[in-house]
Design a protein around this ligand. Structure first.
Ligand code: FAD
Ligand code: SF4
Length: 486
């Protein structure tokens, strides 16, 4: 049974491309199953025999009609659906069998066993075990195996900015022109979800297994060699950099994570690619992606976590990009255009601004879940609540990810086109990120001073005299009172 349900598109105010990518992939998969003569009930959005909105209601109606003895499902990607399906099965008195999702390399139970009795959950240690378990970028075998190149992690080589002259010519990622089925979905979305954010004009995403593979191949052949060093770099109107854009194909289950990891490793061996870059890429898929998923299922309280008790609503320009801040304008702009931003844009631009501006974690999480084509709660929520907002108080990160405008200025050219000045924390040209960064250090001085990873940052604010601190607080208060105008 496959069910299209309008409620899945409106649970958060989803970007048009996010709705289209899911529906198009479902319809293509439906056709592939038909071609393989797999028996299938496919409930389209407009199925006249089914209730209009919710997936749970539609499933209940199908169970009532077909009276199965058992309902087998693959683990859903979020708790809400998992609980809804369980409740429907129970009400219908149908035995529910949940199958482990084979599109991950670490099961929930394996992750829970790894996490048990650990004082701290750190991706790095999980990642080393995954490297050993799958024998990826290793020399030797078994307990004596060692990481290739003598170190596990080359992160320090992966953080460069583009040269001052800009990124130069970037080989474009694979783009997939919508076929008839995808175009029909896009037309339907534009008509039915017309008020939703974003545009479908630049729909470039893979929606079949063949396209997922083609996207992987293009990345490995033409972009992986340059992926590593400038992973954290940003540049105006450079939405993709050298990133893989594979999260969509992976999260839609078009391709398997091990296929991605093995393709990168094979390219390293066959073409002598730079180890630091290849390791940096493999770490994202074998390490971060699996770790984040484990954390999601381990921490049911993430959804309501609010360590700093932040309650402000999201500024309106998160939905329009209409702000004077050039960095936010660019990142929100490309998000609305493609449903995509790369990791540092999500973490250090839209994410960290929300942390510094005291935005409610729940409001921000809804936004991330709505606007990215790769957004599924198992991956979105830990990244937003844990990585970007520290809303869980650091259960799997060692510090809040915060930086002043100087960081953005170093990693991008955004500040050159901005009416604000990244080095100013007060005054009419003060960069909102710089002001709020210093105000954050001031407000959370005691907590940040007690953390060895942030204690140095606080020393700078402790050197400010009373007058300077008062001016900073005043500037931050005025800014926070009118975030919509920033
Ligand atoms: P690349 O940079 O090319 O990385 C390769 C792959 O590694 C990605 O495709 C992805 O599968 C995996 N990966 C990298 N970083 C992470 C990470 N932190 N967590 C999990 N997987 C990772 N990713 C999503 O797939 N869906 C989301 O909804 C999502 N929301 C995020 C929200 C915030 C606030 C942050 C900071 C990160 C979020 N990420 C999310 C993780 C990451 O930003 C995206 O996976 C990545 O930007 C997708 O682009 P790419 O495929 O070009 O990635
Ligand atoms: Fe962003 Fe501040 Fe730079 Fe403007 S000056 S682009 S607001 S970091």
């Amino acid at each position: 049974v496959m069910i299209e349900a309008e409620g899945e598109a409106t649970a958060v105010w989803s970007h048009k491309q996010r709705i289209a990518v899911f529906l198009a992939a479902m319809r293509h998969f439906c056709n592939a199953l038909h071609a393989a003569q797999v028996p299938l009930i496919y409930a389209g959005l407009d199925d006249p025999d089914l209730p209009d909105q919710g997936l749970a209601e539609r499933l209940a109606a199908l169970l009532a009609k077909h009276q199965p003895q058992e309902l087998h499902v693959c683990e859903p990607g979020d708790r809400r659906l998992h609980e809804a399906i369980a409740a429907v099965a129970e009400a219908a008195q149908v035995r529910l069998v949940v199958h482990s999702d084979s599109h991950f390399l670490c099961t929930k139970a394996e992750f829970a066993a790894w996490a048990k009795n650990r004082k701290e959950l750190r991706m790095e240690f999980f990642y080393r075990e995954m490297r050993r378990k799958f024998g990826v970028l290793m020399q030797g075998a078994g307990a004596k195996s060692k990481p290739l190149g003598g170190q596990w992690n080359f992160d320090a080589s992966n953080r460069s900015a583009y040269p001052k002259t800009g990124p130069g010519e970037i080989t474009p990622p694979a783009r997939f022109t919508p076929d008839r089925i995808t175009q029909e979905v896009i037309d339907l979305v534009n008509q039915r979800f017309a008020a939703h954010p974003g545009s479908t004009a630049d729909f470039i995403w893979p929606v079949t297994r063949e396209q997922g593979f083609a996207a992987l191949q293009t990345f490995i052949d033409t972009r992986l060699p340059r992926f590593g060093s400038t992973q954290d770099a940003m540049w105006t109107e450079t939405p993709f950099g050298w990133h893989s854009l594979l999260s969509v194909a992976l999260n839609l289950h078009l391709i398997q994570p091990l296929e991605v990891v093995h393709a990168a490793e094979a390219a390293y061996h066959a073409r002598g690619l730079d180890l630091a870059g290849v390791e940096g890429f493999i770490r994202q898929v074998l390490g971060w992606r699996e770790f984040i998923r484990g954390v999601y299922w381990l921490m049911p309280d993430l959804k309501s976590a609010n360590h700093f008790q932040h309650e402000r609503p999201l500024p309106k320009w998160y939905w329009t990009g209409e702000t004077h801040m050039a960095c936010m304008r660019d990142v929100v702009g490309q998000t609305l255009r493609y449903g995509y931003a790369h990791h540092i844009q999500r973490l250090m631009v839209t994410g960290q601004f929300a942390l510094l501006a005291e935005i409610s974690p729940q409001a921000l999480a809804d936004w991330y879940l709505a606007v990215y084509v790769d957004a599924v709660e198992w991956v979105e929520l830990p990244n937003v609540a844990g990585m970007a907002l520290y809303a869980d108080g650091g259960q799997f990160t060692s510090k809040p990810y915060i930086a002043s405008g100087a960081y953005i200025s170093r990693q991008s050219n955004y500040c050159q086109n901005c009416r604000y000045k990244p080095e100013h924390k007060t005054g009419s040209n003060a960069c909102p990120i710089t002001t709020l960064y210093w105000a954050f250090l001031d407000r959370h001085e005691a907590e940040l001073a007690a953390n060895p990873r942030t204690s140095l940052m606080v020393k700078h604010v402790q050197r400010m005299d009373g007058e300077a601190r008062a001016a900073l607080r005043d500037q931050a208060a005025r800014l926070l009172a009118q975030l919509d105008a920033a």
